[in-house]
Design a protein. Structure first.
Ligand code: NAD
Length: 296
């Protein structure tokens, strides 16, 4: 059994850390907010800082919102880096910028420690069910060491390449998810305005070629009007920003991604930054002057 640190215990981090405790590992926990009684009640040990977590644990996982938060968690005052000693492994499971990830990895390597970028897909549902897809960048030996922990949190676990490649894969994932939400939103909105029952249309399409997890999960949210997150629009805006900035650096166009980002911005302009990303449909609904289903 391993001594594991977990920093960032929000929507995703809390259930992921919970699975590691349930598997019998010793968990050292830190968040800028108080650690929940549920996690300490199961035996998780609350620490006062990232440094304290890193002093006690051999593998330290971060699951915080964005690139600046990972920077603060690792290199801020009393951060993880200040508690590390050679031979430990830092695993960032947040979704952040691939370029900065390489810089973070180099700084952690300079302390004699390995770094893995290991962002996830599957959402809150996947975090709770321990069925996340985990896409990893970093050295093979560190991957092999951490894999048994990944297996307690996820199912489809792939070492894609070196540091940064895990985050690049996640950006690709977020392009597909955003564009599919847009496709499902347009389809259900069209069906509803044409007079068909969108719940039945979704059901009818689920067996066919248009089926997807997005049609199942986000399509249901659009019909039932459950836009509490889940995955917040502001986090998806962050991910598409990584895609669009990266594309600019690579001198390539991502036209549909740019459109999806504008639709998220329209939601944010209408008070929706913290809505679930399935609420992208609300921007389409404003354009259509029609809703998929009446708001509850
Ligand atoms: P969240 O906001 O619910 O949780 C983040 C946690 O990090 C919060 O509890 C916050 O207090 C803590 N935190 C922030 N800065 C910190 C710091 N410097 N030190 C310690 N703790 C700090 O976010 P989430 O939904 O759990 O998402 C976390 C990451 O996972 C994001 O990068 C997100 O893009 C990614 N992700 C989320 C989902 C999802 O469906 N929610 C799915 C896949 C990936």
């Amino acid at each position: 059994m391993a001594k594991v640190g977990f920093v960032g215990l929000g929507i995703m981090g809390a259930p992921m850390a919970g699975h590691l405790i349930d598997a019998g590992h010793t968990l050292y926990l830190y968040d800028v907010k108080p650690v929940s009684a549920e996690l300490t009640g199961k035996g998780g040990i609350a620490c006062a800082s990232g440094a304290e977590v890193a002093k006690n644990a051999d593998i330290i996982i971060t699951m915080v919102p964005d690139t600046p938060h990972v920077n603060a968690a690792l290199f801020g005052e009393n951060g993880i880096a200040s508690g590390l000693s050679a031979g430990k492994i830092v695993v960032d499971m947040s979704s952040i910028a691939p370029v900065e990830t390489k810089e973070f990895a180099a700084k952690i390597n300079a302390l004699g420690c390995d770094y893995l970028d290991a962002p996830v897909s599957g959402g809150e549902v996947g975090a709770k069910a321990a069925s996340l897809t985990i896409m990893v960048g970093g050295p093979e030996a560190a991957f092999a060491t951490v894999k048994p922990l990944f297996e307690k949190m996820g199912k489809n676990i792939t070492l894609v390449g070196g540091n940064g490649d895990g985050q690049t894969t996640k950006v690709a994932n977020q392009i597909i998810v955003a564009l599919t939400i847009q496709a499902v939103g347009e389809a259900l909105l069209f069906a509803s305005k044409a007079g068909a029952d969108p719940a039945k249309v979704r059901e009818a399409l689920m067996g066919g070629f248009a089926n997807s997890r997005i049609l199942e999960v986000h399509g249901e949210r659009m019909v039932k009007r459950t836009f509490n997150p889940g995955f917040r629009i502001e986090l998806h805006q962050k991910d598409l920003n990584l895609a669009l900035t990266g594309a600019r650096q690579l001198q390539m166009a991502l036209p549909a991604t740019a459109l999806a980002q504008q639709l998220f911005s329209a939601c944010a302009a209408n008070g929706g930054a913290a809505w679930d990303h399935s609420a992208l449909v609300k921007a389409l609904e404003m354009l259509a002057n029609h809703t998929v289903a009446p708001d509850a």
